[in-house]
Design a protein around this ligand. Structure first.
Ligand code: GRF
Length: 204
């Protein structure tokens, strides 16, 4: 069983999709801790409902960002976390986190990277006028939304769309794609080769 730690700041719908996936028989991973930087995050409630350790770590309680991340690392270590998932974690992780978890820290982004990095990926795509956007699941490296890409899927944008309707379709894809990428990791099917993530055939 791969021990998973999830970092989330907001509503936690991706966390929920991961919790649901982890209940399936062929999913060899367990979410052992959920950490949020936001005491209002519904992700904490979702964790509690499913008897998963929930910890709130607020930046304002620490003298520096490094101290804040040291506490997060301490909690992840305490739970022997092997895989870290950023599920709507609205902060840029520090170098120590990236160094410690490179190749085992995964983020989900609501756009087709390398387009529309950073905040409000859906709004950025809509306002740019692209006809197709999507979702990217990628390993985290030392810059924002630049790490090696594991999986992507697309969402077409039509004349009738608003940011909200696109967002709804993006979420549906996220909730399928994130657990799928995590399962590939757990089943040892991902190999990072520079920027390229190779997906090995099952059973090889
Ligand atoms: C998702 O759209 C994710 O791609 C982005 O933040 C959002 C989090 O949503 N990084 P939720 O908290 O999982 O509902």
């Amino acid at each position: 069983m791969t021990k998973i730690g999830v970092l989330a700041s907001g509503f936690g719908s991706n966390l929920q999709a991961l919790i649901d996936a982890s209940g399936k028989e062929d999913f060899d991973g367990e979410i052992v801790v959920v950490i949020s930087d936001n005491p209002q995050s519904y992700a904490l409630k979702r964790a509690e409902k499913h008897n998963i350790n929930a910890e709130c770590v607020q930046l304002t309680d620490f003298a520096s960002k490094d101290d804040f991340y040291n506490e997060i690392i301490h909690i992840l270590d305490k739970h022997d976390v092997e895989l870290v998932l950023l599920a709507g974690f609205m902060r840029i992780v520090n170098k120590k986190m990236v160094d410690k978890y490179y190749g085992r820290m995964i983020n989900i982004h609501p756009a087709l990277l390398p387009s529309f990095k950073g905040l409000n990926g859906v709004k950025q795509a809509f306002e740019y006028g692209v006809k197709v956007t999507g979702v990217t699941v990628h390993f985290v490296d030392d810059k924002v939304d630049t790490g090696p890409i594991i999986l992507q899927d697309i969402v077409w944008i039509t004349e009738e769309d608003t940011i909200k309707t696109i967002e709804n379709r993006i979420h549906l894809i996220e909730h399928r794609l994130f657990p799928e990428a995590v399962k590939l990791f757990i089943d040892n099917r991902l190999a990072i080769d520079g920027r390229i993530v190779h997906i090995k055939t099952e059973g090889k």
